[in-house]
Design a binder for this molecule. Structure first.
Ligand code: BGC
Length: 752
């Protein structure tokens, strides 16, 4: 059976009840050594990570090197799999340490929204969940992403983990991808900056963070078999650029290669991706770990650049980087120098991260304080898509308010799969399908209804579950105001069949809107959905999966206690017909059947670039989002500072209340020649009091003005005139300026 399905079916037997937060077992930590013990100079914190790695690899036996490159699953999947002793129960992975040499074990946990629990842990960890990655990206506020990362990284450290399997930076090439909620949207600059900021926050806890899934892992349907077909230049100008920008911002100590194939070779045995691009072109010094069940060979993988096999005992067909590698070393198929390099990269990351000098130790977690960090992120990530006649912020005077659907009486939805974080207080809704992998479906116990009620004790709130459109219409007709909550559960391992809201929710919204013109819709979805009822409702707030304080955050945005300041990190299509692939490739019923997805259709023209190129009008454009105040842009100027295009402009809050805006700069070569008419070249979140102004100055990354030059193996900026566009979304450009740019070559390596 396919390894991931094996995990799935095993998990089916093992989902346990929620319990207390305490971990059953821990491992002792000790303080950072002041000086190296005699004979162990690599433990001297004054030496740099490279020198320390060189020294310790020299002291290792062959078996010790092999110990470092092979990982185990960290969770039980009874009856088929019992976790190895030493791993943390319910964890994603474990790599034994080398106590003789002072090298700690690697304790690995998922992932991007917080500390997840895997498999049949007798007790799930109760941890803080940030809003989804998509929601965090929608803040367009890297400082907030970094704070969130620092918070979940601290929870990881205090839970005993020194490797966090975050952040996901796969671009949204496929809006139906079930994992889009984990990622950073569709634009390489925005995704790179935001996910990079999160990783930086995580690693500020002296632990390793693992950027993933490298690369071109853009759909879940057939994820173990799909071959992503794309040209070198297109890949480097899109998905790989997102990785590059995120890595420049954060220097992640590990990279996770993906399940899929890329141009005919599995990502974890892909010489072009791992050796050529990552290690040679970008000069990456950390280690490449496989995704769980993504290894298909020994020598081929290792010689292509894979450094560590994850959970090989549970998910791969053979222990490729264990006994198979031993045989490959004996036969000469893998060189000793390569094994030394693998071991060296892993220990280098453990030194560079601080995981050796600052051993992890289980410690109490302040869920209340951390909940506030999650809430601030959720509040800034919510996107006000529509607000006719300023129906929002809500004026909560004495009135009859109907709250309908999506279990808004008890909680908010979260996304499914390995990144699932279990909340304090247990699940708000029990018994939902699927109960087992990739479920359970979890609503966090943070009720939007209760949060609204607390703010309007004089109003009469009535909740209806939204399942019967006729009942919805009756309640809406007798209410002064109707707030319909609608959601779409998305999850790892499955894509959504369509962008339409499931469970007849479109009918419920239409019924409410028909019965009451004061109808507001709040969406809790992983990504874009279609909205056939859009013209009939007053307002739409996109709340994504808003995390463990999501109900409170929704109430604060709806009532205007905070401004609505999120902006879309992804285009909302009007229909699937507008997509590069109107029908999803692959067959969910045949997960092992090899097939290809042709990403050369859009090439690097991902998301809004595709819409621009094709002249398509989406439902909502990339970058869109309303505020409760208004902003004006003026004084747009371009200059050339130190050879870099620099853009300056003034933003003024022209409204009556304080608010946050995200002015966006796009560039477009007058001579054409790019994958699409324009690219996002810069943005900044600004916070302004009414009447206040701020001058924003942005320097454009030269790669965003360049095209990939195969012959020169680098980036080339063509000399000429470029139009600089300033706007509040990719479709709302309010000022334009011209810039004359000189020819420039930009090297292939990471820019610091
Ligand atoms: C996912 C990874 C995750 C790993 C460990 C895989 O199925 O693709 O994102 O980190 O499992 O749980």
């Amino acid at each position: 059976m396919n390894s991931r399905l094996w995990r799935a079916s095993a998990l089916a037997l093992t989902i346990a009840a929620l319990g207390a937060p305490a971990l059953a077992q821990g491992h002792a930590g000790h303080g950072a050594p002041a000086a190296a013990p005699a004979g162990q100079p690599w433990l001297d914190p004054k030496l740099d990570a490279d020198a320390r790695a060189d020294l310790v690899v020299k002291a290792m036996t062959q078996d010790e090197k092999l110990t470092l490159v092979y990982g185990y699953f960290g969770a039980d999947m009874k009856p088929k799999y019992t976790r190895i002793e030493g791993s943390l129960p319910g964890s994603a992975g474990y790599v034994p340490g080398l106590p003789r040499l002072g090298i700690p074990a690697q304790f690995e946990t998922d992932a991007g929204i917080g500390v997840a629990t895997q498999g049949s842990a007798a007790q799930f960890r109760e941890r803080t969940a940030l809003p989804s990655g998509m929601a965090t990206t929608a803040t367009w506020n890297p400082a907030l992403a970094q704070k969130g990362g620092a918070m979940i990284g601290k929870e990881a450290r205090d839970s005993g983990f020194n490797v966090m399997l975050a952040g996901g930076v796969n671009l949204v090439r496929e809006p139906r991808n079930g994992r889009n909620f984990e990622y950073g949207g569709e634009d390489p600059l925005l995704a790179g900056v935001m996910v990079g900021a999160q990783i930086k926050g995580i690693q500020s806890n002296n632990i390793v963070s693992t950027i993933k899934h490298y690369a071109l892992n853009a759909q879940e349907t057939g994820r173990f078999a799909v071959d992503s077909k794309i040209g070198d230049a297109d890949a480097r100008t899109s998905d790989l650029l997102a990785f590059q920008i995120a890595m420049e911002a954060s220097d992640p100590h590990s990279v996770m290669c993906a399940y899929n194939r890329v141009n005919g070779h599995y990502a974890c045995e892909n010489d072009w991706l791992l050796n050529k691009v990552l290690k040679q072109d970008w000069g990456y010094k950390g280690y490449v770990m496989s995704d769980w069940g993504a290894v298909h060979s020994g020598a081929k993988s290792v010689n292509a650049g894979l450094d560590q096999e994850s959970a090989g005992d549970a998910f791969d067909k053979q222990p490729f980087l264990a006994s198979v590698l031993k045989a490959d070393l004996a036969s000469g198929a893998v060189s000793q120098a390569r094994l030394d390099d693998m071991a060296r990269r892993i220990v280098r990351s453990l030194f560079a991260s601080g995981a050796v000098d600052h051993p992890v130790k289980i410690a109490p977690i302040d869920l209340v304080a951390n909940g506030k960090v999650s809430q601030a992120d959720a509040e800034e990530g919510m996107v006000l898509l529509k607000n006719d006649r300023d129906v929002l912020p809500l004026a909560l005077k004495a009135q009859k308010i109907a709250v309908i659907g999506a279990y808004a009486d008890v909680g908010v939805l979260s996304g499914g799969g390995s990144s699932q974080v279990y909340p304090a207080g247990g699940r708000a809704v029990q018994g939902l399908e699927p109960k087992t992998w990739p479920g359970p479906v979890i609503y966090y116990p943070s009720s939007p209804l209760k949060a609204l009620q607390a703010r309007a004790p004089q109003a009469k709130f009535t909740y209806n579950d939204g399942k019967d459109a006729a009942a919805v219409a009756r309640l809406a007709a007798e209410s002064d105001l109707v707030i319909v909550f609608a959601d779409q559960w998305t999850t790892e391992s499955e894509d959504v069949a369509s962008l339409a809201l499931p469970k007849n929710q479109d009918a419920a919204i239409a019924a409410a809107a028909k019965a009451n013109k004061n109808t507001i819709v709040v969406l809790e979805t992983g990504g874009p959905v279609t909205m056939p009822w859009l013209k009939d409702v007053r307002a739409v707030l996109q709340a994504w999966f808003p995390g463990t304080s999501g109900g409170e955050a929704i109430a604060r945005v709806l009532t205007g206690e905070v401004d609505a300041s999120g902006r879309l990190p992804v285009t909302f299509p009007a229909s699937e017909a507008q997509l590069p692939r109107p029908t999803l490739d692959g067959d969910p019923k045949k997960p092992d059947e090899l097939f290809a997805v042709d990403y050369s259709i859009e090439g690097a023209a991902v998301g809004y670039k595709w819409f621009d190129k094709k002249g398509l009008t989406p439902l909502f454009p990339f970058g869109h989002g309303l505020s409760y105040t208004s902003f004006a842009y003026s004084d747009l100027k371009t200059s050339n500072e130190g050879g870099r295009l620099t853009v300056a402009f003034k933003v003024t809050n022209t409204g009556k209340r304080a608010g946050k805006d995200v002015p966006q700069v796009y560039v477009s070569p007058k001579a054409g020649g790019w994958e699409a008419p324009r690219r996002l070249a810069g943005f900044q979140k600004v916070d302004l009091a009414p009447g206040a102004s701020k001058t924003v100055t942005l320097t454009v990354d030269p790669r965003l003005l360049a095209t990939w030059d195969e012959g020169a193996h680098g980036w080339k900026v063509a000399a000429g005139d470029y139009e600089v566009q300033l706007g509040s979304s990719s479709a709302a450009i309010t000022a334009r300026a011209s810039a004359s740019v000189a020819a420039q070559s930009v090297p292939v390596g990471l820019l610091k």
